[in-house]
Design a protein around this ligand. Structure first.
Ligand SMILES: [Zn+2]
Ligand SMILES: [Zn+2]
Length: 436
């Protein structure tokens, strides 16, 4: 087999890998790097797109799936292979992507062809694509996420996509049982030596304690969050602590795509953690439909929320780059009673990072914003931390080669240092190919 890295190499974003033999060419992930000015795409020519025998998506984050409409615009004729939840989340994410980025090359016709081309696959059911066998394995990262294993003539590679080994509020960790392969392509988002995360439950407890303090003094709490996974995770924690009386009963407003994605989790509950499934089966209680949540269905509700009493607002976008959070933060930032809780990564140079670092005045969506509300960080990660990344190769029988992708260069290098004595380790560059 031959591997070609077209994106996601020495960077986070636009993940895209070609696996080929003499007879077959498939693509693993087709992501975009969404930037405030110009999005970056993987380096896929029209000819490459037309030559593919299949596109396999690990999960429905845009850095892994956002390029798929562009592939159809380049006259790709084949199928998109994805799990059922990835398929449903893909529709939400791509609609959002089209609205925000409005890429010129993608026509309505290309989008229609794309929506008819998705083939839903099950976990742990290998399928044949000419002389390749492809298998999806639960990755524990977001609903429907998968590792992808590709085998040709008895030789296998495993690509992590994004991976999480620990069980979270919503999902079981990655299923690493009985894995064997000679090559691993691993993400390295948190590959740095000090990238070690605290236990999620402890973090949630501390977060809830901080929220309680603000609510009791009459303030409002804004929690900006990604639409997929983190938002639902936060909501379920808040619901638990409210039901057990730790948090006072106030409305939890849900704004942006988080509510829609919450519904997708509900009807794909079979892909969620066993504990949630039995809770729904064994009792009348359904955490996805909790009375504590108030869906913000109309824009007109937003002003009433900021004028109203103490409450919690969980809304997009997680990195404060757009979405309803802009409205809320502009109106609530001046009152020191209020609080902003950051649960996601804030890249350098963004308003979110400035707030995280204690800025009292920021440039925020065409406004110079004075910030008096308090800001706290409770970083909940859906990725493996350094300790978990170190463990993954040990779980794969017969492993010889490791390719490190999906991480800033310094993170990838830190991880390479750890693996290099035992394995042949490569940090590929964009455009490079390797025979394995
Ligand atoms: Zn992801
Ligand atoms: Zn990713």
């Amino acid at each position: 087999m031959r591997l070609t890295f077209l994106g996601g190499a020495e960077e986070v974003g636009r993940s895209c890998i070609i696996v080929s033999t003499e007879k077959t060419r498939i693509m693993l992930d087709a992501g975009v790097k969404v930037e405030s000015r110009n999005n970056e795409y993987p380096e896929v020519t029209d000819r490459e797109a037309r030559s593919l025998d299949g596109v396999f998506l690990t999960h429905a984050h845009l850095d892994h799936c956002g390029f798929t409409p562009h592939l159809f615009a380049k006259a790709y004729q084949g199928k998109i292979y994805a799990t059922k939840p990835t398929h449903e989340l893909l529709n939400v994410q791509i609609a959002d992507y089209m609205r925000l980025s409005n890429p010129r090359d993608v026509t309505k016709e290309a989008l229609q062809r794309m929506s008819k081309s998705v083939k839903v696959v099950d976990y742990r059911k290998p399928m044949k694509i000419k002389d390749l066998i492809v298998e999806f394995i639960p990755a524990g990262h977001i609903l429907g996420s998968a590792l992808i294993k590709v085998t040709n003539q008895g030789k296998s590679l495993i690509y992590t996509g994004d991976i999480n080994l620990t069980t979270t509020k919503l999902l079981e960790g990655a299923d690493l049982k009985d894995l064997s392969a000679s090559t691993l392509i691993t993400e390295s988002t948190y590959g740095g030596k000090d990238d070690v995360f605290p236990n999620e439950k402890e973090l949630a407890k501390a977060m809830v304690h901080s929220i309680k303090h603000t609510l009791l003094s009459g303030g409002k709490v804004i929690i900006p969050s990604f639409a997929v996974q983190r938002g639902q995770e936060v909501l379920l924690f808040l619901d638990d602590f409210m039901n057990s009386g730790v948090l006072p009963k106030v409305p939890i407003y849900v704004d942006g795509a988080i509510g829609k994605v919450l519904r997708i989790h509900r009807h794909n509950v079979i892909f969620c953690r066993k504990e949630i499934q039995s809770k729904i089966l064994m009792s009348d209680y359904d955490p996805f439909k909790s009375d504590n949540f108030v869906m913000v269905e109309a824009k007109s509700m937003r002003q009433k929320i900021v004028d109203g009493d103490a409450c919690i607002i969980v809304t997009t976008a997680g990195m404060l780059t757009g979405g309803p959070v802009v409205f809320y933060l502009k109106r609530l930032a001046k009152d020191s009673l209020n609080k902003l809780i950051l649960v996601g990564f804030q890249p350098e140079g963004t308003a979110g990072r400035a707030l995280q670092d204690g800025a009292k005045e920021i440039d925020f969506h065409d406004e110079r914003l004075k910030v008096s509300l308090s800001v706290e960080v409770f970083h909940m990660s859906a990725h493996a931390d350094r300790r978990q990344l170190e463990m993954i190769p040990k779980k794969i029988a017969g492993l010889q080669n490791i390719f490190i992708v999906h991480g800033e260069k310094k993170k990838a290098e830190a991880l390479k240092d750890f693996f290099k004595n035992k394995y042949h380790v490569v940090i590929p560059k964009i455009g490079e190919s390797f025979n394995i």
